[in-house]
Each structure stands twice: as structure tokens, then as C-alpha cells.
Design a protein around this ligand. Structure first.
Ligand SMILES: Nc1ncnc2c1ncn2[C@@H]1O[C@H](COP(=O)(O)OP(=O)(O)OP(=O)(O)O)[C@@H](O)[C@H]1O
Length: 641
């Protein structure tokens, strides 16, 4: 018998996956294992390890292996590992869903028609019961726009969809529609199921605990119906489910799947693995082993009162202390410490884009898109104007032209056609617009976003999204002209929302006062290029030094998580208590999972910075629950020093 080592202890899991990925006898599997256990690595190795006969057979019959990742970055990493071999179709869930339904115009139209009709009748029913007021007006608007979309459905020749982009045009589908359509066809259409079976013998999903419920449900139904003809491979960790999109009881839905197990944590040093085990003990009790060649490691908690503590000073002190305790000077270099905050606004303040963040993160219709970088009005600045200005500053005419080609109606061939008699061609107009834009930045000036917007609109450099139109200076005819051009190019949003919502306009009016330089900080942040991340944004990643900041007082979306509740400073509210009694999820479980995800990103050392109304209570919780030793908790004086 060979000796079991850390490297071989979990080898059985990889062997099981290899057996499941068989064209003759495909079997579904569910690899759910803790943080750093090498799930993603197992996925890559399973793909790389496929034998030549299997690959040749797949190619011969134009079949593919679908690999679904949570982010584009993860997809790119896997593509690199499989040397971009087209037999592997690696993409995010939205791209995958779109690849399934793209081109099925008649079916999509029929589904949309019935969906819009039922949405309209739901709104009508609510309308009949409702009273006059804001909601009443909203419903009228919604009904009108949905009715308009319904009437124009027949004219659409082909539906379009950009998994990450702005789905503006009349023929564009929205993200939720694409997911719902794929789920619908997968469960309702036998022909569709046969096409999917013929195309994909194996569908592998990483981070499947967070895969959108409707599609995951549909895949499970589809798999059960065709068991033995397909391998649905699910990888993930229920303890790392951080979005409400994921299927809560996924682990109980896969009783018939092979269930390879893993014990090791290959990422973190022993002390960090011990903490992760302690956090998990109150949940599903799964425990991991650290590698023998990764002993030691450092964990410290830094507690300070939420009132009266200067966050910047306290966090600088934390880094200095961590450098001293670990003997690792990199703790004092902001770029080599990954700082994780629960919400973007905390990072926004620390990164310097608060003036954009404050107004735009409040209104319901803006906050999600703003936070995840998909809000069309924000993208005008972050994904059109910013790269254009950067390219111009760098003297990169090619890059500038690429930005214009991608988004400017002036350079779009339809835009050139719109040029009326006596007007300059689109290209000349674009050049003049860019020159005007760059004058704003002359002599190191940092213009406001409002100034930038005015120039963009006046020169029609880019389409002005609906939400920004009421903010355009009224004395310029460009606003109306732009609306005309948009109507002609059909670049309005599908439901053509009339931009009359004053909350949104007020938010934008305030945000537009922000110096344009903050847009670059914002973009670096949404693209995760800064040294700050959110609890949610770092799944799957790892960093040598991690600082987790928990600051309930500065948490806006109170329902998301509450460290004060997790650590027993605040009790659950009566409603939450009722939920808990019924076995439903509460803030405590959600916060515990977020804490688990963040702490397990650390490889070498971890600092937890907690601001609390009762630091002593937290200290007692941590020590009595065996999460921390006494000398691992550093507590600030009551005045925050
Ligand atoms: N068998 C192994 N031997 C050595 N290193 C490993 C092994 N498996 C994984 N690792 C390393 O451990 C780290 C974590 O692996 P990986 O990211 O695949 O884990 P994961 O289970 O997907 O993590 P998480 O769920 O926390 O995102 C990586 O640096 C990886 O290279």
C-alpha cells in the first residue's frame, strides 16, 4: 500500500470525476468541498486529463464540453489551461444560456409574447386594486411600455443579446429573459432537449451553489429525464453561497449523483484553516486539514468602537501591527494587502469615488447596475468616455477609433447615413467632438461629469442613455436632436422608459457634479483591479494577506449581513426570529457564510477589523467559541485609539 500524502489524500475525488466523464457511461457528479480544496483545480485537471479517444470522438461528431464559470476571468483562466481548444466551450452562465437559445427567433417571440401578456395582466390586476399615487403612475408607464414592446414583437427579425453589455435596442433581450428562456426550453421542449444532448455530453458548472435558480432547476430536471445520456458535473460549496440567486437546497437535490469528497485545504496556512473550521462548525460541521508544508500562519482580530474611531487611522495601525507580528513588511504596502469590505461604498470611500457612489447607490433602479458596473448611464462615462479620453491622452489613435466604432452613432455606418445634407460626415463630426472633449481636460483640468456629458451630447459622440437626458442643459438643442437620432437608429431601451422619475434624475444631477477623475477609480473598482474587493467579488480568488473590514454602522443594505448579530451584540429581530423558528435562513447564516468566504481567501495572514457598539461582547464571543485565542484579539481604547 502506498503512503497517503497531502498531495494524494483527495486523489479519489479526481478519479471519480474521470470515471463520470465517459462517453459510453456518463454519470453526473456533485463535488462539494470546502474552500481551497482544489475544486477549480480538479475541474481543470479533469478537462486536461480527458483521453485522446474521447476528444477525437467529440470532434468527429462536432460535440462539445460545456464548462460554466462564475466570472469571465475564471473562464479565461480555464481557456488558457485547455489551450483554447474549441472542443471546450468555456463561458459564464449568461453566455451559455444565450448560446443555447440564440437563433430560435420564432420560439423566443412566442415565449416573449405570452410572458409580456401575463406581465401586463398582472400589472392590470394590481392597478385595479391600487390607489392613485406614485406606484399608480409607475404601473401606467410599465403597462404602456410593455404593450408597446408586445406590439412591436412581430417586426423583430432576430433577437440580440450581449451577456455583459448594454442591451439597448428594440430587439435586445434582457438578462433575466435569457435565463428564463433557456430554462423554459430545457424543460418544455423535447426537440430542444435532444439538441442539447447531441451537442453536450458533459455540462460542468463551477461555483454551482450560486448558479441562477431557474436555470439550475431546469438543468436538474433535464438531467433526471436523460440520466445515463449526459454528465452534469456540479462543483461548489454550499458554505460559499453568497447570492440569493442560488438554489438553497442544492445538496439535497443530487442524491443520485456521484459525490466525490475532499478533506484538504491546499491554500491556507494551518491557523487560517483552523479558523475556517471553527466558523463552519456552527453550520454544516464539515472540517478540513491544512497541508503539512503549510504550518503556522497568522490571524488577528482588531476591535474598535463604531462611534468615534477614525477608520483610516485604525486600519493603518492594523497594517503596521500585522507587519510587526508577522515580520512581513508587505503588510504596510497598500498594494500587497487585499482589503475586503462588505459593501462597495466602504471601498468607494477608501478608494476615492464616494461622490459618484453616494447618490447612485441609493435609488432602487440604479443601485444594482451601478454596483456591478452594468448601469448604462454610468457606462457612458466608464466604458465610453473614459477609454476614449485615456486613448487620446496616450496618443493612441487606434484605440480611440475602436472606442468610437464600438459606441458612437457618428462612426456607425447608420450614423453616417443619418448625416443630413450640408452636414459634416460622421467621422468629421466625431473628430470635432473628440477635440472638444479633450479641451475640457487641457492643462490637467479635471472637469465635472456634467461638463463631459454636455460636450458628448452636443457633439452626439455617444448615445445619451434615457436616465441622463433630463440632465442635459436645456438651452442646447442637442438633447432633442439626440433623441431624434436615437429614434432613427433604434438605440433606445426595449421598453422605452420615459425618463420622468425624479428620484433618478435628482441622483444623476448630484452625481454629475463629480470630478471626472473619480470615474477611473470607479472603473478600476468594478473591474476588481484595485486592492479593494467586496466579500462577494472575491469568490474563487486567493491572496497572501487579507484584511476583512466589518462595519455594520456603515452598512447600507442592512438585510445583507450583520456582524453585530452574528457575534451576539444584537439579537435577531422578531421577523427574523420567526423565520429562524421555521428553519428559514437568517442574517446569522448569511453573515457567517460571507465571513467564511472572506477569511478563506487568505494564504499566509489574515486581519479581521471589526467596528462594533460593544467590542467586548465580540471579544468574548470569539474567545468562548474557540475562534480566537486571547492574545489574538487586539482591542482599541474606547476613544478608538
Ligand atoms: N492537490 C493539490 N496540490 C497542491 N496544491 C493544490 C492542490 N489542489 C489545489 N491546490 C492549490 O490550492 C489553491 C486552491 O485551489 P482551488 O482554487 O482549485 O480551490 P477551490 O476549492 O476552487 O477554492 P474556493 O472554493 O475557495 O474558491 C490553489 O492555489 C491551487 O493551486
Amino acid at each position: 500500500m502506498t503512503d497517503v500524502t497531502d498531495a494524494t489524500r483527495d486523489a479519489g475525488a479526481d478519479a471519480t470525476i474521470r470515471q463520470c466523464l465517459s462517453l459510453d457511461q456518463p454519470r453526473s457528479f456533485f463535488l462539494f468541498a470546502g474552500a481551497g480544496s482544489g475544486k477549480t483545480r480538479s475541474l481543470k485537471e479533469a478537462l486536461e486529463g480527458l483521453d485522446t479517444t474521447t476528444l477525437m470522438t467529440l470532434r468527429k461528431h462536432s460535440r462539445k464540453i460545456a464548462v460554466i464559470t462564475y466570472t469571465n476571468a475564471a473562464a479565461d483562466e480555464i481557456k488558457r489551461r485547455v489551450k483554447a481548444d474549441p472542443v471546450f466551450q468555456v463561458q459564464t452562465i449568461h453566455s451559455f444560456a444565450w448560446s443555447l437559445i440564440e437563433g430560435r427567433t420564432a420560439d423566443i417571440r412566442a415565449w416573449l409574447e405570452s410572458n409580456l401578456q401575463s406581465e401586463i395582466s398582472d400589472i392590470q390586476a394590481a392597478h385595479a386594486k391600487g390607489r392613485a399615487g406614485k406606484a399608480h403612475d409607475e404601473r401606467i408607464k410599465k403597462m404602456a411600455s410593455k404593450t408597446k414592446r408586445l406590439e412591436r414583437l412581430a417586426e423583430i427579425r432576430a433577437f440580440t443579446y450581449a451577456p455583459e453589455g448594454d442591451n439597448f435596442s428594440r430587439d435586445a433581450l434582457q438578462h433575466t429573459e435569457v435565463i428564463a428562456l433557456a430554462a423554459h426550453f430545457l424543460t418544455e421542449s423535447e426537440t430542444f432537449q435532444n439538441i442539447v444532448l447531441a451537442r453536450y455530453p458533459f455540462i460542468l458548472i463551477d461555483e454551482s451553489q450560486d448558479t441562477m435558480k431557474p436555470l439550475m432547476e431546469a438543468l436538474l430536471i433535464f438531467e433526471a429525464r436523460h440520466r445515463g445520456r449526459i454528465s452534469l458535473g456540479l462543483l461548489g460549496d454550499t458554505m460559499q453561497r453568497i447570492y440569493s440567486d442560488g438554489l438553497r437546497d442544492l445538496d439535497q437535490r443530487v442524491a443520485d449523483f456521484a459525490q466525490p469528497a475532499k478533506q484538504m485545504n491546499h491554500r491556507s496556512r494551518e491557523r487560517i484553516v483552523d479558523l475556517a473550521n471553527a466558523i463552519r462548525r456552527d453550520d454544516d460541521r464539515r472540517q478540513q486539514r491544512a497541508r503539512e508544508d503549510k504550518p503556522g500562519g497568522t490571524v488577528r482580530v482588531f476591535l474598535a468602537p463604531s462611534e468615534g474611531t477614525d477608520r483610516a487611522v485604525f486600519e493603518a495601525f492594523t497594517c503596521a501591527e500585522m507587519a510587526r507580528i508577522t515580520g512581513d513588511p508587505a503588510w504596510q504596502n497598500a498594494e500587497t494587502v487585499k482589503t475586503l469590505t462588505i459593501e462597495r461604498h466602504m471601498a468607494a470611500a477608501r478608494l476615492g469615488f464616494s461622490e459618484l457612489f453616494e447618490p447612485l447607490s441609493k435609488p432602487d433602479k440604479l443601485k444594482d447596475g451601478f454596483r456591478d458596473g452594468t448601469l448604462p448611464a454610468m457606462r457612458l462615462f466608464s466604458h465610453r468616455v473614459l477609454p476614449l479620453v485615456t486613448a487620446q491622452r496616450d496618443g493612441d489613435a487606434f484605440a480611440a477609433m475602436a472606442v468610437l466604432r464600438d459606441g458612437s452613432p457618428l462612426v456607425d455606418k447608420r450614423g453616417i447615413r443619418v448625416g443630413r445634407a450640408g452636414q459634416a460626415t460622421g467621422l468629421d463630426a466625431a473628430r470635432a467632438g473628440v477635440a472638444a472633449l479633450m479641451t475640457l481636460f487641457k492643462d490637467e483640468r479635471d472637469p465635472s461629469c456634467a461638463e463631459v456629458l454636455a460636450v458628448v451630447a452636443e457633439h452626439r459622440l455617444f448615445p445619451i442613455p434615457d436616465q441622463l437626458r433630463p440632465c442635459l442643459p436645456e438651452d442646447r438643442p442637442a438633447a432633442q436632436d439626440m433623441a431624434d437620432i436615437l429614434a432613427e437608429l433604434d438605440l433606445t431601451t426595449p421598453e422605452d422608459t420615459p425618463p420622468t422619475d425624479t428620484t433618478i434624475t435628482d441622483a444623476w444631477t448630484q452625481a454629475l457634479e463629480t470630478p471626472f477623475s473619480q470615474v477611473a477609480h470607479y472603473r478600476a473598482y468594478v473591474e476588481d483591479r484595485s486592492s479593494y474587493g467586496t466579500h462577494q467579488g472575491v469568490k474563487g480568488l486567493e491572496f497572501p494577506r487579507v484584511m476583512v473590514i466589518a462595519d455594520d454602522v456603515h452598512t447600507r443594505f442592512k438585510g445583507v449581513a450583520s456582524y453585530e448579530t452574528l457575534f451576539g451584540v444584537k439579537p435577531l429581530g422578531p421577523d427574523a426570529q420567526k423565520k429562524a423558528d421555521k428553519g428559514e435562513e437568517t442574517t446569522i447564516e448569511r453573515t457567517r457564510r460571507l465571513l467564511y468566504v472572506t477569511c478563506t481567501r487568505a494564504e499566509e495572514s489574515l486581519a479581521l477589523v471589526l467596528y462594533s457598539e460593544a467590542p467586548d461582547t465580540i471579544r468574548r464571543f470569539l474567545i468562548s467559541n474557540g475562534w480566537m485565542a486571547e492574545d489574538e484579539v487586539v482591542i482599541a481604547a474606547t476613544d478608538g485609539t
